[in-house]
Ligand binder design. Structure first.
Ligand code: GDP
Ligand code: ZN
Length: 308
């Protein structure tokens, strides 16, 4: 533990945010001690996975003084705008299931968010014990074509296939409700001791009805961040070019369009649209992208104050 005695009465300690409750955070120090922290006078600029400096304010409380430089940052969105979801993760696991059927739009939005944050992705198709599984797996074939790794698992029977992908990494786990995320987290987190996100030190734990994201340690070097209540990734902060680049199979064609600023919607001489006509890009992926760009434009028009 790195401690720095600044003034005689207060100590600054380096730690990591392991739970983000919106206004309050739980920070874990190197000795695994956890302290409930506030971030006074700042916009909510800390999130799960952040490395921070905490000033201990007595009685097991702290105040986040500084948020360290991030390797990456993912956003979630609500109906208003993007909010931070997690920082400094190594990869994202997108959990899908055949029943209820997964949403392909959710999958594509998640892939865009991860690509834009330059994060590796693993797609995990859960509930392999169900008879609907093979058809759902087939539906994912086009994603294997464009280079994504898909694993098959059953949170009910065996999370084993997921384990080697998690080893020695910090993984953000996302999924729509019903896909089996709670069951997966429970199967992975065998011991209650590993539930580092429990708010043990807070003076008012009763007020924490919404947890935004939470860190679970599986072993010394392996951890996951769960995202309860998470609906979708935020993409509002991205530019249209970044969205285009986040479409993995578009990349060979970007820059080959007739117009430099082509947005691949309906421009003549568009290399992306041509590639789709030749079957190099699937119609659903092109259409997903085009709808996303149109929604993105509408949102930016409605909220010019959000645009940078
Ligand atoms: P969450 O909303 O993503 O957290 O989903 P839950 O973990 O609560 O699971 C939703 C439902 O799917 C529950 O009824 C689980 O028992 C069920 N479920 C989760 N994983 C599996 C699985 O691998 N196989 C089957 N058959 N059901 C599962
Ligand atoms: Zn184009």
């Amino acid at each position: 533990m790195t401690t720095r005695r600044e003034r005689s009465e207060s100590v600054v300690v380096e730690g990591r945010v392991v739970a983000d409750f919106g206004r309050e955070f739980l920070v874990e120090f190197a000795d695994r001690r956890q302290v409930a922290c506030t971030r006074k006078g700042k916009r909510q600029d800390a999130t799960c996975g952040d490395f921070v400096e905490v000033r201990l304010t007595g009685s097991g409380q702290g105040s986040i003084e500084r948020v360290g430089t991030r390797r990456n940052l993912l956003f979630r969105s609500d109906q208003w705008r993007d909010k931070m979801l997690a920082a400094n993760v190594d990869q994202v696991v997108i959990l899908l299931a055949p029943k209820p059927p997964f949403s392909e739009a959710f999958l594509n939005l998640s892939l865009v968010a991860c690509e834009a944050a330059r994060l590796p992705v693993v797609i995990a198709l859960n509930k392999s014990d169900l008879p609907e599984h093979p058809a759902a797996r087939k539906q994912l074939d086009p994603y294997v074509e464009i280079g994504y790794e898909i694993i098959t698992m059953s949170a009910k029977q065996d999370v084993g296939p997921l384990m080697p992908h998690l080893e020695n990494k910090l993984t953000l786990l996302v999924g729509q409700s019903g896909m089996g995320k709670s069951k997966t987290v429970n199967a992975l987190v065998l011991s209650d001791v590993a539930r580092v996100g429990e708010l043990t030190a807070s003076r008012d734990s009763g007020t924490h009805t919404t947890t935004f994201s939470r860190f679970y340690r599986l072993d010394k070097d392996t951890a996951i961040i769960d995202t309860p209540g998470f609906q979708s990734f935020g993409l509002f902060h991205l530019t249209e070019d970044q969205i285009g680049e986040a479409m993995r199979e578009f990349r060979p064609y970007l820059g080959a369009c007739k117009f430099n600023d082509c947005s691949h919607l309906n421009e003549p001489g568009c290399a992306v649209i041509d590639a789709a006509k030749k079957g190099k890009i699937t119609a659903p992926r092109l259409s997903f992208y085009q709808v996303l760009i149109e929604q993105h434009r509408d949102l930016h028009e409605q909220h010019p104050e959000w645009s940078r």
